[in-house]
Design a protein around this ligand. Structure first.
Ligand SMILES: Nc1ncnc2c1ncn2[C@@H]1O[C@H](COP(=O)(O)OP(=O)(O)O)[C@@H](O)[C@H]1O
Ligand SMILES: [Mg+2]
Length: 633
């Protein structure tokens, strides 16, 4: 706890240093609130002595002016106090929200700078959670910290005022403060793991629900609805039990914390009436002490709130800092390509790649924090290389088909060729230049990768293909007009379906392209690559959802467009392979054989199996469909 307390307070101090002006205003407001509240207690005592007691007992002269003066002074102090509260709350919120916004921006920038290999090792869900809830958790205590600091002032001033009025009664009354603090600390310590557990379970329930909705099709078709309901019920019941446990703790502590100040006031009043009767203390002093005690009851809880937030502060900040401190970057070189047009020659020597081991959660290294999982992280072994010793030579303008079974390293190779990741051994050379010595933007300007899974943005067809290149701010040489877009659509064999859309290029394609078929999405992704007139085009299984005839037309079109593009295509279909000048057979990350398709087929049995198995499966499927239709007819 003390470790958490100190780290949490260090984080708060850092936040205050980063926003000194906003934090200073919040503290000033809080001090005004604390001093004003204490002053109102003092005033109530004085008004009792000078106005109320004389008026009630009829022992003195109370003019209307006195009543007005007393009332308006109290009113003025109250207004100042209220202004302090307003300033404190508004600026405390400003500090917390400004810090949140600042850290989210820093994280987002960091995410963009970090290379893809780093992202592969860090699940996107966790990165989102860090930018969202972890940042929020880090600065949650900031909302109450100025309040708690103002309460310190309040207790100090009120304590002095009480002691000046009557030291004995002040001691009796102020005994309540340590009791309240203790009760609050015990309460928050009991509560905080329970609240953390509720948060965790809430996340699990929503994850389960989310998965069920996402997999609705699978659930329905396999008739798993009952199992899913059961799975959800288990999670929901656990959340209910955790909430009930938290509620029990709250139920046990809240009344005690509510009752303590009342008990203190009772003690002050019983001791005080005896002392007042004996003349040791004036009625005004007694009223002042009882009143101040009542006023303190609520603010003292601010300490409890800050204390209860600190574990979450430390947990959130640990995750945030782990990312901000991450030093991995893509080191860009200085060079640029000599030629600005024409196909690029590609060669690799001894190319190897090991996927990074999934990163551990930084929280797993802080065992003192509540709520973290026991280390459920993958063992730290070196994974087998996804690619090893791949040496290739692709002549400028030629087409190479990469063939291999699932997991053989085809996508890894595709990513390396366009420098999505850097190799762990060997090199990739484009037009005689090592990609690592090329300046930022050079590879992206010359090469295009159409990945295995296509992504379509919630935008128009035009927006999805141009992706910003149609903006007037883009230099004329790189700017993309509608003519270029139609040309790319024609090459991708997407022209017909786009012109059939009611909005044409302006048609919105919906979230993730939900209004398009898989094949249509793939053709848009293809057009997106082609509109950039790439000098190297890498297609990672990017035509899998196309009919074989369409796929063939696309590849033929590429060859005939005379644009001069080197094409590396991950392919299964014999028809696609037939278009390639050379095939490369990959197995377990290594090149088994390479050469013209016919030669490889003649001497490489594994390749033959792969290609004929695919062809046979396709034929069986076609036959199966025919038989079924025949049967139904
Ligand atoms: N992000 C990743 N982290 C760890 N291993 C990966 C990752 N992506 C792929 N792999 C592994 O690398 C190998 C090659 O994968 P990949 O290049 O995607 O194969 P292919 O595209 O030929 O199916 C596989 O064994 C796969 O399990
Ligand atoms: Mg793949």
């Amino acid at each position: 706890m003390s470790g958490t307390f100190l780290s949490g307070m260090r984080t708060m101090a850092r936040g205050a240093r980063e926003q000194p002006r906003l934090f200073g205003i919040a503290i000033a407001g809080s001090v005004v609130y604390g001093a004003g509240t204490a002053a109102s207690g003092y005033l109530v005592g004085r008004v009792t002595d000078r106005v109320i007691v004389p008026a009630v007992t009829g022992s003195g002269d109370v003019s209307t002016a006195d009543v007005w003066l007393a009332g308006s002074t109290l009113m003025a102090v109250t207004l100042v106090t209220v202004a302090g509260i307003l300033v404190r709350r508004v600026w405390a919120g400003a500090v917390a929200f400004t810090l949140q916004a600042g850290y989210r921006r820093r994280l987002a920038r960091r995410y963009l700078e970090l290379p893809l290999a780093w992202h592969h090792a860090h699940p996107a869900g966790r990165l989102l959670a860090t930018a969202g809830s972890d940042v929020e958790a880090t600065w949650q205590a900031m909302f109450v910290l100025p309040f708690a600091l103002g309460v310190v002032v309040l207790i100090a001033v009120a304590g002095v005022a009480m002691a000046a009025a009557d030291p004995v009664l002040a001691t009796v009354g102020l005994l309540v403060i340590p009791a309240l603090l203790l009760a609050n600390i015990v309460y928050q310590r009991r509560m905080s793991p329970r609240v953390t557990r509720v948060q965790q379970l809430r996340g699990e329930v929503s994850a389960t629900a989310h998965e069920s909705f996402e997999g609705a099709l699978v659930v329905k078709t396999l008739g798993l609805a009952d199992e899913e309901v059961e799975r959800f019920t288990v999670d929901a019941n656990r959340l209910r039990d955790a909430n009930v446990a938290a509620g029990r703790t709250r139920g046990a502590f809240e009344p005690v914390i509510e009752a303590l100040p009342a008990l203190g006031t009772l003690a002050v009043l019983s001791v005080g009436t005896a002392r007042a009767a004996g003349g040791a203390v004036g009625v005004g002093d007694l009223v002042q002490i009882a009143y101040l005690l009542g006023l303190l009851a609520f603010p003292v809880r601010a300490f409890g709130w800050v204390l209860s937030e600190l574990p979450r502060t430390v947990a959130g900040d640990t995750r945030v800092q782990a990312i901000l401190r991450e030093s991995a970057t893509t080191p860009w070189g200085e060079r640029s390509f000599d030629a600005t047009g024409g196909p690029v020659a590609v060669s690799t020597t001894g190319l190897g790649y090991r996927h990074p081991v999934p990163a551990t959660d930084p929280l797993d290294e802080r065992p003192e924090l509540p709520g973290q999982r026991a280390s459920a992280v993958a063992p730290q072994h070196d994974p087998a290389p996804a690619l090893a010793d791949v040496t290739l030579d692709v002549a400028a303008g030629s087409t190479v088909a990469v063939v291999g079974s699932t997991g053989s390293g085809k996508s890894t190779l595709a990513g390396l060729l366009v420098r999505l990741v850097d190799p762990t051994s060997g090199d990739v050379v484009l037009d005689g230049v090592d990609v690592r010595s090329l300046a930022d933007g050079e590879v992206a300007g010359a090469a295009a990768l159409v990945p295995q899974s296509t992504f379509v943005f919630d935008d128009t067809v035009r927006g999805n293909i141009a992706l910003g290149l149609d903006d007037a701010s883009v230099p004329a040489g790189r700017r993309v007009g509608d003519d270029d877009i139609w040309r790319a659509l024609r090459l991708a064999r997407a022209e017909d379906f786009v012109s059939a859309l009611p909005g044409g290029l302006d048609e919105l394609v919906g979230e993730r392209g939900s209004t398009l078929s898989g094949g249509q999405r793939q053709r848009l992704a293809l057009a997106r690559a082609l509109v950039r007139r790439p000098r190297l085009l890498v297609l990672d299984d990017a035509t899998s959802a196309l009919d074989p005839t369409v796929e063939r037309a696309v590849l033929d079109g590429l060859a005939e467009s005379g644009e001069g593009t080197t094409v590396v295509v991950v392919a299964y279909r014999p028809a696609t392979i037939a278009l390639a000048d050379e095939v490369v057979h990959l197995e377990r990350g290594r090149v088994v054989d390479r050469g013209p398709a016919a030669e490889v087929a003649a001497r490489d049995a594994g390749y033959r199996d792969l290609v004929t198995a695919y062809a046979r499966a396709a034929k069986d499927r076609a036959d199966g469909v025919t038989t079924n239709t025949a049967g139904m007819a």
